[in-house]
Write a protein that binds this ligand. Structure first.
Ligand SMILES: CSC[C@H]1O[C@H](OP(=O)(O)O)[C@H](O)[C@@H]1O
Length: 343
């Protein structure tokens, strides 16, 4: 079942990545043995989602060590290769945090690096399960437990985006498991359709009732009173609660604020970056123009049009009702996050 699938897995001498660029129509696994192939896989979103690319980066340290053994690299060349993995995408802080954590074991050897990477993966699944319970408890208490809930989500935050279970989709899974979920509105999430291709795939596999909707439908769905809450993931959370997440998220948050619908962000503490003061300091990845000018290789915009393609936007902390982490739910108001509860 999808919640148990592993978007990232270590095979003993290579990384096995579910190729998320071909889902839902094909389920294919890519075997990655070289650093350049891992960097490419992260950049093309073969593997994607902040915690999942964090796990891939963690095992990437071992991958660089093994390739270095095969190709006779110096220590400096191995570390330079790891730096390329660490820099493969700029916004999701999990990639840097997880690579840096595993690098602390570098001089203890390959087995120690692999053990640390496996711990990163185990901890992420445990964090997601805890978030699911905390988030479901909070929603049922806040919105009321007299009927099942209608929840909106954006992008994909499920098992595919993590080491397992999911963050925001993990909360949705928990509500479903408790019989407290009526329906999910899943934003298709242009331009790469993580919602209609990946979230929908995970929901269909588990029989979770849902609608796929255009991103542009989300504010109207919220303002018309069709959802009880919105819950999304995150790629980097600044010290004041400003949250970088898939582009289109801030529109959901603004609509929720306008009508008083709770807007929750679900993310492990590895996504919180207390060294980044505000959302203005978060590097937002600008991706290729063609992703918005064509689909499946077919040009949709006229020749002569340019594409503006920020992969993320920043939701101000003042719009975040609550931050769900493995430590519990923080009611976020404008101002500093309680760092002592997040690290
Ligand atoms: C569980 S974090 C998922 C997070 O990552 C996604 O971005 P991308 O698909 O570009 O890796 C999106 O922002 C999700 O909320």
């Amino acid at each position: 079942m999808p919640q148990e699938l592993r978007a990232v897995d270590w095979t003993g001498n290579s990384l096995a990545l579910i190729d998320q660029t071909v889902l839902p129509h094909r389920t294919e696994t890519r075997r990655i043995r070289d650093v350049d192939d891992l960097v490419d896989a992260i950049r093309r979103l073969v593997v994607r989602g902040a915690p999942a690319i964090g796990a891939a980066g963690a095992y990437g340290v071992a991958l660089a060590m093994l390739q270095g053994q095969r190709e006779g690299w110096s220590r400096e060349e191995v570390l330079a290769a790891v730096a390329r993995i660490r820099a493969a995408r700029p916004t999701a802080v999990n990639l840097m945090v997880c690579v840096d954590r595993v690098l602390t074991r570098f001089d203890d050897g390959l087995d120690a690096v692999l053990a640390e990477a496996a711990e990163v993966q185990r901890e992420d699944v445990a964090a997601n399960r805890a978030m699911g319970a905390f988030g479901a408890d909070w929603l049922l208490k806040r919105v009321g437990a007299d009927r099942p809930l209608r929840v909106l989500t954006h992008c994909n935050t499920g098992a595919l985006a993590t080491a397992g279970w999911g963050t925001a989709l993990g909360v949705i899974r928990e509500l479903h498991a408790r019989g407290r979920l009526e329906v999910v509105y899943a934003d298709e999430t242009r331009p790469l359709l993580q919602g209609s291709r990946l979230t929908a795939w995970e929901l269909v596999q588990e029989g979770i009732p849902h609608f796929v909707q255009a991103d542009g439908a989300a504010p109207g769905t919220i303002l018309r009173g069709s959802v009880d809450a919105a819950i999304v993931g995150a790629d980097r959370i600044a010290a004041n609660g400003d949250t970088a997440n898939k582009v289109g998220t801030v529109g959901v948050a603004l609509a929720c604020a306008d009508v008083g619908v709770p807007f929750l962000v679900a993310a492990p503490t590895t996504t919180v970056d207390l060294s980044t003061a505000t959302g203005a300091d978060i590097h937002i990845e600008l991706r290729g123009e063609d992703e918005v000018l064509e689909w499946a290789g077919v040009r949709t915009a006229p020749a002569g049009s340019r594409g503006h393609n920020p992969a993320f936007d920043v939701t101000p902390g003042r719009l975040v009702t609550g931050l769900v982490t493995e430590r519990g739910v923080l009611e976020v108001s404008a101002g500093e996050l309680p760092g002592d509860q997040l690290k």
